[in-house]
Design a protein around this ligand. Structure first.
Ligand code: PRP
Ligand code: URA
Length: 242
């Protein structure tokens, strides 16, 4: 708590009274139990501010989106089951902890979802990664499935589905239908996403009530071209080409 002698010395989250802190637009709330929005911390908001800025150059866009992706993966892993695991430390004492149970894999929705693969590998060494190529038709915005390559035993794994942008939800819905057709139960799919539209994420949450979504931000909505607003533009273009 604040030292009354020297209030200006205070550091940490209470460095300023709440009313003197800058305000920022934070995520819209979403009232579905299966949708988890990352805590809207100053760190996350600053990172999102960087990647939303149209003047941010490609190298910075990659660097800052990777940091958010890392937060998404770390939070996603909290949704996987653990079992009790007691170990002995080098000083001969026991510690009762936990360990992860079960096999996982990543599945990226190409092309933008591939940008999230490294963040997953950074947390889960030598994780298997499958791919689904779905592209939105530029005219109709309807998704089209071109290709998939998934681990043979995917039905026995937890699946971390990766796509940074969730606009109409058409692409992600198509990807989940592919996963279900390969025998993956809905409740073993975790969709990791950077920015979602409220309409996309609500209809998805109702359609797949047992699938968990972890997103960094639920934005305002969609524009007439079904781009997320305020959004960040075309993620794939900004990460890979611009
Ligand atoms: C983008 C994005 C999502 C999809 C989101 O991909 O990466 O996959 O659109 O839109 P939706 O929720 O309305 O389906 P796009 O098809 O543009 O391909 P890209 O990844 O190659 O950029
Ligand atoms: N895909 C993107 O990359 N951005 C959007 O806003 C919508 C779809």
């Amino acid at each position: 708590s604040a030292n009354p002698q020297s209030p200006a010395q205070e550091v940490g989250p209470n460095y300023k009274p709440a009313e003197q802190k800058p305000t920022a637009t934070v995520s819209n709330p979403i009232s579905y139990e299966n949708v988890h929005i990352l805590p809207q911390t100053p760190q996350l908001i600053a990172l999102l501010t960087m990647i939303r800025d149209k003047n941010t150059a490609r190298a910075d866009f990659i660097f800052y989106s990777n940091r958010i992706i890392r937060l998404l993966v770390e939070e996603g892993l909290n949704h996987l089951p653990v079992v009790g695991h007691t170990i002995t430390t080098p000083v001969g004492r026991t510690y009762s902890g936990v360990k992860f149970q079960g096999k996982i894999c990543g599945v990226s929705i190409m092309r933008a979802g591939e940008a999230m693969e490294q963040g997953l590998r950074d947390c889960c060494r030598s994780v298997r990664i499958g791919k689904i190529l779905i592209q939105r038709d530029e005219e109709t915005c309807k998704p089209k499935l071109f290709y998939d390559k998934l681990p043979e035993d995917i039905a026995e794994r937890w699946v971390l589905l990766l796509d940074p942008m969730f606009a109409t939800g058409g692409s992600a819905t198509m990807a989940v239908d592919v996963l279900k057709s390969r025998g993956v139960p809905e409740d073993r799919i975790l969709f990791l996403n950077l920015i979602a539209s409220p309409e996309g994420v609500s209809s998805f949450a109702q359609r797949f009530p047992k699938l968990r979504v972890v997103t960094a931000f639920v934005d305002q909505g969609l524009d007439e071209k079904n781009y997320i607003v305020p959004g960040l533009g075309d993620f794939g273009d900004r990460f890979y080409t611009m």
